[in-house]
Design a protein around this ligand. Sequence first.
Ligand code: NAP
Ligand code: GCO
Length: 264
Amino acid sequence: MVNFSLDGKIALVTGASYGIGFAIASGLAKAGATIVFNDINQDAVNKGLAAYEADGIKAKGYVADVTNEEQIQAMVAQIEKEVGTIDILVNNAGIIKRMPMHEMSAAEFRQVIDIDLNGPFICSKAVLPSMMKKNSGKIINICSMMSELGRETVSAYAAAKGGLKMLTKNIASEYGEYNIQCNGIGPGYIATPQTAPLRELQADGSRHPFDQFIIAKTPAARWGNPADLVGPAVFLASSASDFVNGHVLYVDGGILAYIGKQPK
Ligand code: NAP
Ligand code: GCO
């Protein structure tokens, strides 16, 4: 019998006060998991806690920066004491900086790599020992279209998300023998605060050119919603995916399959 239930499981979703992380955590909760999440400051955590409560979900929130190994190790130890060992880790926290590469400082490039690639390394490293001891665990890395494609202005983000795809394959390779599965989800263009600048209406009320470009590039002819990522996340967190390891599941309305609209 296929089992998508997450009853009795504890899931840590990073950066999950709102946006994609919040939607995924809420979906995992509805499939039975107990949710813990972190964000970088108390204000964000409080907003997250209020949002989960409004959704009828009992979640526990912690202040921790995914780039700070000491803070993440301490948070994971605290979660193990207060809630239990983590069965599912979703590496969701991430940022983007959009600017031409020749205008980007090395410090800005490093900051993106630090949060989007070093963060998942630090968080995965922190949960792996308990998963190895239990001989079971699920790690889901939130990748991107930019794990496969480039575009103007997102050099650091593409480098980080391409790296995250390979970190996914490596965790799968190194820890598969402990019954740990590490897979990625590669969202297409999803309507969240991160992409809000790409959807802003123009002064004359028309749609942002990037918005029109994405609709034309997506066979589904729409932006994704965070809710579109929930089914794939529940699948990859559940025992239904126990022999799926090292994949990135692209949830992109067909972008990666499509050559683009032919000229009329
Ligand atoms: P978002 O709305 O900007 O949310 C990102 C979350 O990560 C926020 O809660 C943010 O907290 C948190 N965060 C940032 N830096 C952190 C740090 N150092 N430590 C802990 N938390 C931190 O972004 P989103 O669109 O939901 O994206 C979530 C993930 O999906 C990211 O990894 C993103 O790259 C990826 N993704 C997004 C899209 C899309 O189209 N939206 C597509 C593909 C992949 P603060 O608000 O407090 O900074
Ligand atoms: C951009 C976008 C992205 C998306 C996403 C695509 O500026 O091109 O913000 O990169 O958010 O990661 O999958």
